[in-house]
Design a protein around this ligand. Structure first.
Ligand SMILES: [Cu+2]
Length: 108
């Protein structure tokens, strides 16, 4: 009996891990000219929300081959999103503050 309970528990954990993550899967804040996280492990089609909690503007971009983009000027309080389009590693930077760095590893 105990054995079958353990099996069911294990199966439900595996099922939960296989479920797709809902939209707005990751939220990255920009505070004191830094990203709130430096690394993210995500999946293709996950959404990353960038929230500017600073008193200054930012300009998030990536030259990554996987998904190059430039979100342009982001005012304080503004929230911008990207949806991850391909697998690979992305380096995210800010055109205004070169020390701002974020790595997103994307798997299928
Ligand atoms: Cu910046």
């Amino acid at each position: 009996m105990r054995r079958s309970v353990a099996f069911i528990a294990g199966a439900s954990i595996a099922f939960a891990a296989a479920l797709p993550v809902v939209a707005g899967d990751f939220r990255v804040r920009q505070t004191d000219r830094h990203f709130s996280v430096v690394e993210i492990d995500a999946r293709v089609s996950d959404e990353i929300e960038f929230v500017n909690d600073d008193k200054v503007a930012h300009n998030i971009f990536s030259r990554s081959i996987v998904q190059p983009f430039d979100l342009g000027a982001q005012r304080p309080g503004e929230s911008l999103r990207i949806r991850l389009a391909g697998a690979g590693e992305m380096k995210i930077e800010c055109a205004i503050h070169p020390k701002m760095r974020l790595t997103i590893r994307v798997v299928k």
